[in-house]
Design a protein around this ligand. Structure first.
Ligand code: KIV
Ligand code: ZN
Length: 523
């Protein structure tokens, strides 16, 4: 960003779906998925992609390096704690980008200073040294005082000035715990601009979490006060209540340009596709009433507002579905649809498939179409989200039969293929799902605790598919599993198995007793 851009109306979009978003418990994405999402972010015009936290794991390092090599127009950024080793590792990963950035941070509030047990002076010195080190490696350096909104104002002025003098080109002001409110968020940026020497030479960024549901409002207030970079994630993915949602700030600036005269470089018609892809790969479905990207965000079209809409769309619409890339047709396919039509429809929905993948999806599509007359877009998305027995899965469902109804006990007979060998059992339970889960627990001993079990009907009608999401925890590792089927018990069983397969992979990668690196171990 040039100084000219900064003083005018251009707001830089910094997307951290692959870093802060991926920190969301259970939202872990595979290497291929991260590359795909980065490609979509680049393509939609995201200015800066925070691709990961290279010191955290070999996997994160490789993903950031690969994303850096493939990026077209986006700046590629990596996160690093205020330690030389972290910063060096980050640089090794981002240096392949046409435009690399190092983002280094340290917690500056009293609570965060207490963790490394640094005095204010010692922390100030650490900031000076680490930002200088980063700047010696890369001429684009971002620095963040984590928990800035709960840091003493005088100390914040002091450390921001030090970071600027040491060469930071962007200063990010994180509301790490989602504590601030719009007026305060604006005031803080205004005060920093007014009181910190050199503040007019750099770009201020705003990074808001959504614990009180004010993240987007806080980010926009910061922009009105002079911040020119918004940090956000697709679908607002992120720790706890998540982050500012990219789609919300982009559309708010577009629709209310009359009162917020700022522009972004985002192609808003790409929003829906990327939102769906992130929901799929992260395993975090978008809530139905979520602004912009929720299933119901434009639902008035077919509801009670239809009459007004037909006379004048603006009666109930502040933006058009097409503005965010939502196509109007919903019934898409049936059992006579062919492979080419399926590929093309899936591409419209943001899924790029190789030939083998398409072959597999087509078989499942046909099986679904045999059971369900009309296949809707949402059915296809659920189908893509459904775990199938992948070649490399150690546990595969071979067969399942349940006995249920008013005359208990409910019973499940299950055959699983575990590491190549078939194993069967029959168990009872409190309902058919419980009986099926008891079968899995009998066949595969594990200590993982089921934290969440959620069922949604994908479309209407008694032949609707059910999507099931489960979240499980074992020794601090959280994994999610999803599946969809017109048979809710089958979907539930597959979702459980999906999560267990992921858990086995995580165990192999990290070793049962190896704690995973957290950005909170920071200082
Ligand atoms: O929320 C936060 O403070 C962060 C920092 C690492 C910038 O994500
Ligand atoms: Zn954050």
């Amino acid at each position: 960003m040039t100084q000219d851009d900064k003083t005018q109306d251009r707001v830089v979009i910094f997307d951290t779906t692959l870093r802060d978003g991926e920190q969301s418990p259970g939202a872990t994405m595979t290497h291929a998925e991260k590359l795909e999402i980065a490609g979509l972010l680049d393509d939609m015009g995201v200015d800066i992609i925070e691709a990961g936290f290279p010191i955290a794991s070999e996997g994160d390092f490789n993903a950031v390096s690969e994303i850096a090599k493939n990026a077209n127009t986006s700046v590629i950024c990596g996160l690093a704690r205020a330690q030389f080793g972290d910063i060096d590792r980050c640089w090794e990963a981002v240096k392949h980008a046409k435009q690399p950035r190092i983002h280094t941070f340290i917690g500056t509030s009293p609570l965060h200073r207490a963790i490394p047990n640094l005095t204010m002076d010692e922390m100030a010195e650490r900031i000076e040294q680490t930002v200088t080190h980063a700047r010696n490696l890369c001429d684009n350096v971002q620095w963040s005082p984590m928990d800035a909104t709960r840091t003493e104002l005088d100390y914040l002025y002091r450390v921001v000035e030090i970071a600027i003098k040491a060469g930071a080109t962007t200063i990010n002001i994180p509301d790490t715990v989602g504590y601030t409110a719009p007026r305060e968020s604006a005031d803080l940026i205004a005060k920093l601009l007014e009181n910190v020497p050199g503040a007019d030479e750099i770009v201020f960024a705003t990074h808001c979490h959504n614990d009180l549901g004010m993240a987007t409002a806080n980010s926009l207030a910061a922009v009105e006060a002079g911040a020119r970079q918004i940090e956000c994630t697709i679908n607002g993915l992120g720790e706890r209540a998540g982050n500012t949602a990219l789609e919300e700030v982009v559309m708010a600036l577009k629709v209310r340009n009359d009162i917020m005269p700022f522009r972004t470089g985002i192609d808003s018609t790409k929003i829906m596709n990327i939102s769906r892809r992130v929901a799929t790969v992260s395993g975090f479905p978008v809530q139905f009433n979520k602004a912009i990207v929720g299933k119901n965000a434009f639902a008035h079209e077919s509801g009670i507002h239809q009459d007004g809409m037909l006379k004048n769309a603006e009666t109930f619409e502040i933006m058009r579905p097409e503005d965010v890339g939502l196509t109007e047709t919903n019934i898409v396919m049936g059992k006579h649809s062919g492979r080419a039509a399926l590929r093309s429809k899936l591409e419209d929905l943001g899924f790029e498939l190789g030939d083998n993948q398409l072959k597999d999806v087509f078989v499942r599509f046909k099986a679904l179409a045999d059971r369900k007359k009309e296949i809707y877009e949402d059915d296809l998305i659920a189908l893509m989200r459904t775990s199938t027995d992948a070649e490399e899965d150690r546990i595969k469902l071979v067969s399942l039969r349940v006995v249920c109804g008013t005359e208990g006990p409910q019973e499940a007979q299950m055959k699983l293929n575990i590491d190549g060998a078939d194993e069967s059992t029959t168990q009872t339970g409190d309902g058919p799902v419980d009986a099926s889960f008891n079968c899995i627990k009998t066949l595969i001993e594990h200590s993982a605790r089921l934290q969440l079990y959620q069922v949604h009907a994908v479309t209407e009608g008694t032949d609707a598919q059910a999507t099931v999401s489960v979240r499980m925890e074992e020794d601090g590792r959280i994994v999610t599993g999803q599946s969809a089927d017109t048979d809710t018990v089958v979907a539930s069983t597959r979702a459980y198995i999906h999560a267990l397969n992921r858990l086995l992979v995580r165990r192999e990668k990290t070793g049962k007793d190896t704690p995973e690196v957290s950005y909170k171990d920071v200082n």
